[in-house]
Design a protein around this ligand. Structure first.
Ligand code: TPP
Ligand code: MG
Length: 571
């Protein structure tokens, strides 16, 4: 019998050790009496670094951003008030398939055993409300006890990593310092091996179809990035000499300069070559496809009926469904099996955003703004987009090795600012560019102070257009409900850190912006661009108009004269 060596460890220390073994080096969150025991263990062991955030929503956004670049992220909150504040962000991680571990320092087991009412509860004699709430936004959850901690901690961390979904654990405050017996061996993040026969058959079925096809093509959704198979997909595309397109939610997961990359596919909202190659393919391989209205050009996406659907742990090929297979193993097997094609050279790639150089003295418009931003992008940048007119970023062509961080499915405003903090923490050596509107920024603006506190040096591009312009395209073109207070945004670095070296700018003209874009990146750059509240790129306005039709139906108020911002026809 092989022996499995064990040792005694305090529960909290074991949790921190497992997180570190899983590659989590930072914990975001807000202290509270129920989690201070664990925080002290963190402090004493020096294993992880604590990154305190201004609130738990931002901690959940940060853990998500951290996980995007690190593969796994975690946050620590305090009973009830913490988890309910972070549940929106964790819901986003669930929707976007991001593995985040939400740890709630919770009421002591003693109070559950004895039925003692405690603060941060409903004071109704029950104790499972928050575990139950998280059932809707996580793949697994548990309340740790001295009996289950050793197994549940591993189960939850592994589930998050394998499923690319959040998990939730409650760590009662009176057990963090209790000793339990735990394995000596480190936690290994790995999938269980595929079933050999299922894997062989699945690879053979896919390879046979792709090899026989005249116009094979690949289309990827965001799981391609979550499961880290971008390199395999590019290798497969090269071997087949087949075009590869990305859903907007999967932007940057295939290098946009790759010879066989044909652009964003989204039904009628596609780049033309992407639409043709996807819809006319006689063997389309789709990775993790999860269509919603904003990723499908309002449901105009049309995949061929024969499309092969591959997901993280299962594949559909024709009538056959393959279980117990992992995406990476499937793709590697297919690459090794399909013959190298020689006679399908790459098609010309989609054009980049271009246009006449605007007059420097002219008032800044969205068109001129995004043209200038296109020229500013550099290889290796990490780019964040929040909801709003900043969605134009999706249409820009990214240089090699860029990472796009967005929340296209969930779309909770303010996400980008918290995610920026998290991803800066995970990858401080890269250049980070945030694109955010005034309305979205106001949700999570305090986290700018945490970014400054940790000496990060992102570039923040904020559009000040007086409110929720994207919403004006749904309804309320001129209504005050779409207005926000006009903050002195560019002053905020100074407010949040008196000794800041950040360079702040208020930009009103094209010339202003061009000058700002030549500023060195040796400190934070904060660029507040003033634009007209009715200036919106046509693609954004048309999408909002269409969204209103879907949302409100034919009897909705959107058709009333002047209630809806419409695309301008004169540009
Ligand atoms: C948490 C949350 N609340 C409300 C919304 C609805 N919403 C979507 S976009 C948006 C406005 C964004 O405005 P802004 O960031 O200023 O972008 P703009 O279109 O003005 O450039 C709002 C309120 C949301 N997506 N998430
Ligand atoms: Mg705005």
């Amino acid at each position: 019998m092989p022996s499995n060596p064990t040792r005694r460890m305090q529960i909290g220390a074991f949790l921190l050790r497992r997180l570190e073994e899983a590659g989590v080096k930072h914990l975001f969150g807000v202290p509270g009496d129920y989690n201070l025991g664990l925080l002290q263990q963190l402090q004493d062991s020096g294993a992880l670094k604590w990154v305190g955030t201004c609130n738990e929503l931002n901690a959940s956004y940060a853990a998500d951003g951290y996980a995007r670049l690190n593969g796994l992220g975690a946050l620590l909150v305090t009973n009830g008030v913490g988890p309910l504040s972070s549940i929106n962000g964790v819901g986003g991680s669930c929707s976007e398939h991001v593995p985040v571990i939400c740890i709630s320092g919770s009421i002591p087991l003693r109070s559950i055993d004895r039925g003692l009412g405690m603060h941060h509860t409903m004071a109704d004699g029950t104790f499972d409300h928050f575990l139950n709430a998280y059932a809707h936004v996580t793949a697994a959850r548990a309340r740790l006890t001295p009996r289950n901690a050793a197994t549940e901690i591993d189960r939850l961390i592994l589930t998050a990593w394998r499923e690319k979904l959040p998990v939730y654990m409650e760590l009662p405050s009176d057990i963090t310092h209790l000793d339990i017996e735990v394995p000596d061996a480190p936690l290994v993040l790995a999938d269980p091996p595929s079933d050999p026969e299922r894997l062989r058959s699945c690879i053979a079925a896919i390879a046979q179809r792709l090899a026989a096809a005249k116009s094979p093509a690949i289309v990827v959704d965001s799981d391609a990035g979550r499961y880290g198979v971008g390199p395999e997909l590019m290798k497969l595309a090269e071997r087949l000499q087949a075009p590869i397109a990305a859903i907007n939610a999967a932007k940057s997961m295939i290098d946009e300069n790759f010879a066989y990359y044909v652009g964003i596919y989204g039904g009628k909202a596609s780049e033309p070559v992407a639409r043709e190659t996807v819809e006319k393919s006689d063997c389309l391989l789709a990775i993790g496809y999860r269509p919603i209205e904003v990723t499908t050009g309002d449901f105009t996406a049309a995949f061929p009926a024969s499309t092969i659907h591959a997901r993280g742990h299962s594949v559909d090929v024709g009538d056959d469904n393959y279980q117990a297979v992992t995406l990476k193993e499937v793709l590697r097997g297919v690459i090794d099996t399909v013959p190298q094609v020689m006679d399908r050279p790459p098609r010309p790639v989609a054009a980049t955003l271009a246009g006449a150089r605007a007059d420097g003295a002219a008032k800044l418009t969205q068109t001129a703004y995004w043209q200038a931003i296109q020229g500013y992008l550099r290889p290796g940048d990490v780019l964040y987009v929040d909801n709003g007119t900043s969605f134009v970023l999706l249409g820009l062509k990214l240089p090699p090795n860029c990472t796009f961080v967005g929340s296209i499915n969930w779309g909770s405003i303010g996400f980008s600012v918290g995610a920026l903090l998290g991803a800066l923490t995970a990858a401080p050596g890269r250049r980070h560019l945030l694109f955010v509107g005034d309305g979205s920024f106001q949700v999570s603006a305090q986290e700018l102070s945490t970014i400054l506190r940790h000496d990060h040096k992102p570039v923040i591009f904020l559009i000040n257009n007086g409110g929720y312009t994207i919403e004006r395209g749904y309804l309320g073109k001129n209504e005050s409900y779409n207005d926000v207070a006009n903050w002195a945004y560019a002053d905020l670095p100074k407010v949040f850190r008196a000794d800041t070296t950040a360079r702040s700018f208020v930009v009103r003209t094209v010339g202003d912006l061009q000058r700002v874009l030549s500023t060195p990146n040796d400190t934070m750059i904060f660029v507040e661009s003033i634009m007209d509240r009715h200036d919106a790129p046509a693609a954004v306005t048309m999408s909002s108009n269409k969204g209103a039709e879907l949302d409100y139906g034919p009897r909705g108020p959107q058709y009333r004269e002047g209630l809806q911002l419409r695309p301008r026809t004169d540009r």
